[in-house]
Design a protein around this ligand. Structure first.
Ligand code: 2M8
Length: 433
């Protein structure tokens, strides 16, 4: 174990770029928002200062309206497409002038990241000071979400791009893309010259990804216009669970530092409304799972993915719902030959065990599910998610994603996607502390 821990630390140090960490050397040469949160949790296990700098660098890229972008393009790199010249976040009048970025965001990790970092911190006094200096910026980010991403005032925020979900090419999005008339773009992919294209999204999928950005750009990334015109507009249970979990973390942290009653009250109001709507709108009793809601086409997306179980991490389900989630997880994802937890329903023909977010296991989702299951007292299943994660990493190393089928792990197997992947290393450190 200590050999693996040393290797994980080595990877994180090698991916460190003076103030932030790249997810994987050539494949992802910038700072990504949700990666950054998970990575900071790992960094905190061996270098509190590094962890704090990771978070601070991301927060420095925040926009005037509280928005935090999904990628911060710190240094020019020719190994990634699309870069800053395609995204053109500067079209938005309130964009950060100093840090070029994308004009979309990613799941709100920072609240629970700060809380976990504080639990890990050896120097609690210094950590508390760090929280005091930075917590309002995270609060402002949540305020941005509720004020700009919830057009029907439901307490559920939308994402306007599949890249905002973090689960980029999940089959969840297939029916939405079928409604979109995207042109065929002429561009040079970089990811597929680094990674086997069979493990990445298709060229046609990239056309949709670029087209949705082009529509947002036509409106200078104005939120109200995006809500009106983006062909992709979804309420995502994973994204909203992470926001709700981060709200809870901010409430605890504000209580710890004292004062800020107005912010605590506001956070509690958001919580109550969000959790009520979440259970009303995103819980599908027949499936025994939480689902996504397609706000643009006004219909539920009735598919089960690992995101369907993420509300456990935010304390959203009641006891009956939590038990139903566990049954669904065991029935569909938990067969004897399967490592938990595949990213998409293995009992469907959309499941692909090798292709990115269409089936493989991801360590960040497993980390959230592990904590969620523990919180609800499903100790055995929580331990299985944890030991499955550790076993896979020990077998093949710190890859980006992994085949859930146990039977293939013999002989010369490897993980998929990028190698020396930062959040796999970081969360291994946290799971095995
Ligand atoms: C993947 O997404 C990026 C775009 O954001 C890409 O494919 O180029 C996703 O797995 C995403 O969740 C992750 O944050 C990012 C960096 O690890 O890579």
């Amino acid at each position: 174990m200590s050999k693996m821990r040393n290797k994980a630390i080595e990877i994180l140090k090698a991916n460190w770029r003076d103030g932030y960490t790249v997810p994987s050397k050539n494949l992802y040469p910038y700072q990504w928002k949700w990666d950054s949160g998970f990575i900071a949790i790992g960094l905190a296990h061996f270098d509190q200062k590094m962890a704090e700098r990771e978070v601070e660098t991301l927060l420095n890229a925040q926009w005037i309206n509280g928005f935090i972008p999904h990628i911060v393009f710190h240094k020019v790199s020719d190994t990634y497409f699309p870069g800053p010249n395609f995204h053109r976040a500067d079209l938005h009048p309130l964009a950060n002038k100093e840090y070029p970025s994308t004009g979309m965001t990613q799941p709100p990790v920072l609240g629970f990241t700060l809380e976990r970092m504080h639990e890990i911190a050896k120097d609690k006094k210094e950590s508390l000071q760090f929280i005091k200096n930075n917590i309002d910026r995270v609060y402002k980010n949540h305020q941005y979400f509720y004020n700009n991403r919830d057009p029907k005032d439901e307490g559920l925020v939308y994402i306007y791009h599949n890249w905002e979900s973090g689960t980029d090419n999940s089959p969840l999005w297939d029916p939405i893309f079928e409604t979109i008339d995207a042109p065929v773009y002429n561009f040079e992919r970089r990811d597929t010259s680094i990674i086997d294209p069979s493990e990445r999204p298709t060229k046609r999928e990239y056309d949709y990804y670029l087209h949705i950005i082009d529509i947002a750009k036509e409106h200078n990334y104005n939120d109200a216009k995006i809500a009106e015109f983006s062909p992709f507009l979804v309420q995502d249970p994973l994204f909203n669970s992470m926001l709700i979990k981060s709200n809870s973390a901010l409430i605890s942290l504000y209580k710890m530092i004292g004062g800020n009653e107005d912010k605590i009250e506001q956070l509690e109001q958001w919580q109550e409304k969000s959790i009520t709507s979440f259970n009303r709108k995103l819980y599908d009793k027949d499936l025994g799972a939480y689902i996504h809601y397609d706000l643009r086409n006004d219909k539920p997306i009735r598919m089960v993915s690992s995101s369907s179980f993420s509300p456990l991490y935010a304390g959203i389900p009641n006891k009956d719902q939590a038990e139903a989630l566990v049954r669904t997880m065991m029935d569909k994802f938990g067969g004897e030959d399967m490592y938990l937890c595949a990213s998409f329903d293995p009992s469907t023909d959309k499941f692909n065990p090798k292709k990115y977010w269409r089936g493989p296991v991801w360590i960040n989702l497993n980390w959230m599910l592990y904590h969620g299951l523990l919180d609800y007292g499903f100790n055995d299943l929580a331990q299985r998610v944890k030991s499955d994660s550790i076993e896979i990493l020990e077998k093949v190393g710190f890859y980006e994603y992994f085949d859930p089928r146990k039977s293939i792990y013999k002989g010369d197997v490897k993980g998929y996607g990028g190698s020396d992947f930062s959040w796999s290393a970081a969360l291994f450190l946290d799971l095995t502390e």
